[in-house]
Design a protein around this ligand. Structure first.
Ligand SMILES: Nc1ncnc2c1ncn2[C@@H]1O[C@H](COP(=O)(O)OP(=O)(O)O)[C@@H](O)[C@H]1O
Ligand SMILES: O=P(O)(O)OC[C@H]1O[C@](O)(COP(=O)(O)O)[C@@H](O)[C@@H]1O
Ligand SMILES: [Mg+2]
Length: 541
């Protein structure tokens, strides 16, 4: 059969993205249409670096093609695009490798089984239970039909900005399951930095596994390192163990960066007899989870590897948000409020707050917006000058002269171009950033000294306080649903997937699609503009 690419006459290369600033990129072909409002040069450079990142990650993580190739002059292009999209977002299943794998009726039912009951005399079932998800259920990834390329946030493929169906797989319990609960050894692992809600997710994975009838559940201590470090022993988990863990922040299992190679991890899984692995972590952890999934397939191991995205940076693609983000914003607001009180109560007070956000300024933007107390918000996605006639410091002087005090909120990744590069990496290979919070504090003091103006600068770095707190109520609920759905996905036989909330519904996505590049704040978005209207800051360029 003729492949799509063979059928193409004029080819269009379209990096896929849900981020409105990283949309369609022209490769000089007339029929490729990039239909979007004009961008600033800085934003353009962001797009091209992000696009190349997409390709690099796709190769690195062994994903399916990350670029869509369609011919817009083909009258059938929409159907082809939709078909290609469906293929890209298809989720790997155990039957891809084991076509003869036998499914059994699900043991997940409303009618509770006693936790001590064994499967003597067959599997329990509840005829009354009708809450299963059909495998063909789908969730829409894009819910706005833009009528014009000039509509705010418009994501267009053709000149009419035609709406194209982009369906992804609905999460939830299936009627048929591919693992017998008594033969399951499930492991849970938490990697990367902390995030509010990790314990809530662990708790609900364990509880749901027990409801399916799994008795052998363990936690791998301190991230991927727990697979190789002989001094670290796995932790048996049960409802009793996890009952109250959500009442405190952090991770019951511990976290770490770096660790053993993928083949060492899979060797260890084989030795331990783990056939379900739940991986809680960010983009790095998910890259690892996908590699583990691929390695298990290569070794013909019947294993389900399921991720739950964890990052307070909120930099995972396609999702409305990741768990812990709301809590982090709420907590960050408290720090901003303290900075405001300090600044407001001092003569010419300046409060500076540094928040997390390596590549993405979501926490700084949302916390600034929520607090309404920030005068200047600086994020990695938006370039700025500190000095000069349009610089941040000049504006700060104006604020002191007119208001008497000011509050600045900076994301840790902001202004990195103004700092000396170190090329240092952490154990996971993430670049260790320069401390922009300290830098802007020093530059502020220096500037006002030169201007012979007395100012009282207070610097607050609440970084670890924000991510160490326990999840708030709405994050707690999000964690519950994500944890449950992770278990449903594994029992349904899916592997190499992750679970997320998309347009308020829960869905399974293939891992490579959510980590192709970090999601970031679109400087042209209405949300960033709302933040600017709240702070009243000018462009600092
Ligand atoms: N590309 C990758 N392939 C395999 N494992 C990775 C990759 N990137 C990171 N990891 C592993 O994932 C874990 C967490 O990664 P890290 O970047 O620190 O945090 P996060 O998952 O929150 O992004 C680390 O143990 C790291 O070794
Ligand atoms: O000091 P640590 O543990 O390396 O964590 C710092 C990093 O953690 C984060 O909050 C989240 O990063 P991860 O998603 O990789 O865990 C970053 O914003 C920050 O750079
Ligand atoms: Mg990360």
């Amino acid at each position: 059969m003729e492949t799509l690419s063979q059928a193409i006459t004029s080819t269009l290369s379209i990096p896929h993205s849900n981020n409105s600033s990283a949309l369609v990129r022209s490769h000089g072909l007339s029929s490729l249409l990039l239909l979007r409002k004009p961008r600033s040069p800085a934003n353009l450079s962001l797009i091209s670096s992000r696009s190349s990142l997409t390709r690099a990650s796709a190769v690195e993580h062994g994903s399916k093609s990350s670029a869509s190739s369609i011919d817009l002059s083909d009258p059938d292009w929409k159907t082809k695009y939709e078909r290609e999209f469906e293929e890209r977002f298809s989720i790997p299943h155990i039957t891809d490798v084991f076509p003869d794998a036998q499914a059994i009726r699900s043991t997940f039912c409303l009618k509770m089984r006693s936790p001590t009951e064994d499967f003597v005399g067959g599997y329990p079932s509840d005829e009354e239970w009708h809450g299963y998800i059909n495998n063909n259920d789908r969730v829409l990834l894009k819910v706005i039909s833009y009528s014009s390329p000039t509509s705010a946030g418009a994501e267009c493929i053709d000149s009419d900005c035609s709406w194209v169906q982009q369906w992804i797989h609905r999460a939830g319990p299936r009627e048929k399951i591919y693992f017998r609960p008594e033969l399951v050894k499930a492991a849970i692992i938490t990697c990367g930095g902390l995030c509010p809600g990790l314990n809530d997710v662990i708790r609900h994975i364990v509880i749901t596994l027990e409801i399916y009838g799994v008795k052998n559940i363990v936690g791998i201590p301190f991230g991927y390192k727990g697979f190789s470090d002989k001094d670290l022993t796995e932790m048996p988990l049960s409802r009793k163990v996890v009952q109250n863990i959500h009442l405190s922040g952090g991770s019951l299992l511990g976290v770490s960066r770096g660790g053993p190679s993928v083949s060492e991890i899979v060797d260890s899984m084989e030795e331990r007899g783990i056939n379900m692995l739940f991986v809680l972590g960010g983009n790095g952890t998910h890259a690892g989870a996908n590699a583990i999934h691929n390695e298990c397939r290569k070794r013909k191991m019947k294993v389900a590897v399921v991720g739950v995205p964890k990052t307070i940076d909120n930099d995972i693609l396609h999702m409305d948000k990741t768990f812990g983000f709301d809590t982090a914003v709420e907590e960050a607001q408290r720090a901003i409020n303290s900075a405001y009180i300090e600044a407001h109560s001092a003569y010419h007070g300046i409060g500076i707050v540094k928040l997390m956000g390596r590549n993405s300024g979501f926490i700084a933007m949302q916390a600034s917006l929520a607090s309404g107390q920030v005068d200047i918000c600086l994020i990695p996605e938006v370039p700025f000058n500190l000095h000069g006639p349009n610089g941040v410091l000049k504006h700060l002087k104006y604020l002191i002269e007119t208001k008497g005090s000011a509050v600045i909120c900076v994301a840790e990744g902001a202004g990195q171009n103004l700092l000396e590069k170190t090329n240092a990496k952490d154990a996971s290979g993430n670049t260790i950033l320069g401390d922009f919070g300290v830098h802007i504090q020093q530059e502020t003091k220096k500037y006002f000294k030169e201007e012979s103006m007395a100012v009282d600068v207070k610097y607050i770095d609440p970084t670890y306080m924000i991510r160490a707190v326990r999840a708030n109520a709405s994050d707690g609920i999000l964690c519950t649903v994500l944890g449950q759905n992770a278990v449903h996905g594994a029992f349904a036989g899916y592997s190499g997937i992750t679970v997320g909330i998309i347009n308020t519904h829960y869905a399974y996505l293939p891992i490579p699609e959510v980590i192709a590049y970090p999601k970031s704040v679109d400087p042209n978005s209405r949300m960033w503009h709302r933040c600017l209207t709240s702070t009243g800051q000018p462009d600092f360029i």
